[in-house]
Design a protein around this ligand. Structure first.
Ligand code: ZN
Length: 306
């Protein structure tokens, strides 16, 4: 197992610099969604434990619940206090207005998602959004999406998505939109099947397709819907050109299971921080294992905790 993390990043590094360094080292950046302060504390604690860079994500729904400016302020304060490279991404942003709101609030990156529209329309609206957010912050990282990988980081009955992205549409999309990183459909899927939550099944990625798309697109690549993916496939996907990996459902499952357990422990317990502390710890363990896997720090420390 290759040991990385020899060149530590600090809070002064930009997201682009961290991604470029990780790519040189053959490593990937973990992206973890947060919807509340418990999840945020868990992700930050995992970053502090491992001293590894981390990308915190919040979708439109998560941002609405947390507060766009409130989340930005908390992440900024964590970053300053810890001196760790902690970044913030506006995940799955479906309108120009929401992308502008996130850029103005100080997000480091925006996942522009018009992938539900026909290709030409996706190109036009993504391009318009890239220009708008870069006018607000030229250093912001703009991500675009092509293909169908389903929606919602939830537990599902049946698999969603299907059609894989082609290298040719990846190349066209990047050239026409000016995005910095591309999220293609390469066998990944949002959410997890019940069998995956139980650990009986794993997602498998089309590694050859990832390599072809990387070659054609020539930009950073993001893998959405990483929860439940086979560990070895993650390592190979990073080697094939994936730079950012999104994990959400695994955190939500850990959050729910540990909250159930914590509440069941004592029905008279009403002190929130006593109930929630074990939840932070459970989610932290999931994040820590994924961070270490993506950055190959120590093979024996790697493993899914869910
Ligand atoms: Zn996603």
């Amino acid at each position: 197992m290759m040991a990385t993390g020899t060149h530590k990043s600090t809070s002064k590094d930009t997201l682009r610099q961290v991604l470029a360094r990780l790519e040189r080292e053959g490593a990937g950046l973990g992206h973890f969604n947060v919807a509340d302060h418990v999840l945020l504390k868990a992700v930050v604690a995992a970053a502090a434990d491992t001293k590894l860079p981390v990308l915190i994500g919040a979708s439109e729904g998560e941002r609405e619940f947390f507060g766009v400016r409130q989340l930005t302020a908390l992440v900024k304060s964590e970053r300053e206090e810890s001196d760790l490279p902690i970044f913030l991404n506006a995940d799955h942003t479906h309108s120009l207005a929401k992308a502008i709101e996130a850029a103005k609030a100080g997000f480091d990156a925006v996942t522009i998602d018009f992938s539900g529209l026909p290709f030409e329309e996706n190109v036009a609206r993504t391009k318009e959004t890239v220009q708008a957010i870069k006018a607000i912050n030229p250093a912001i990282l703009a991500e675009g999406e092509i293909g169908d990988i389903g929606t919602g980081s939830e537990i599902k009955e049946t698999a969603q998505g299907g059609q894989l992205s082609t290298p040719e549409e990846a190349r066209q999309f990047v050239e026409a939109t000016g995005i910095d990183n591309l999220a293609p459909a390469v066998g990944n899927m949002h959410g997890m099947l019940k069998s995956m939550v139980q650990g009986k099944a794993k997602k498998h990625l089309d590694l050859e397709r990832i390599a072809q798309i990387k070659q054609a697109a020539g930009v950073f690549l993001t893998l959405h819907g990483g929860s439940g993916t086979d560990d070895e496939h993650f390592r190979k996907a990073i080697a094939a050109g994936i730079n950012i990996i999104h994990i959400n459902t695994e955190l939500r499952v850990a959050w729910r299971e540990s909250l159930d357990k914590s509440l069941a422990r004592d029905s008279n317990e009403v002190v929130p921080y006593k109930i929630l502390r074990p939840v932070v710890d459970s989610v932290k363990q999931v994040v820590r294992a994924r961070l270490r896997l993506f950055q190959s720090v120590s093979s024996d420390a790697v493993g899914t905790v869910a």
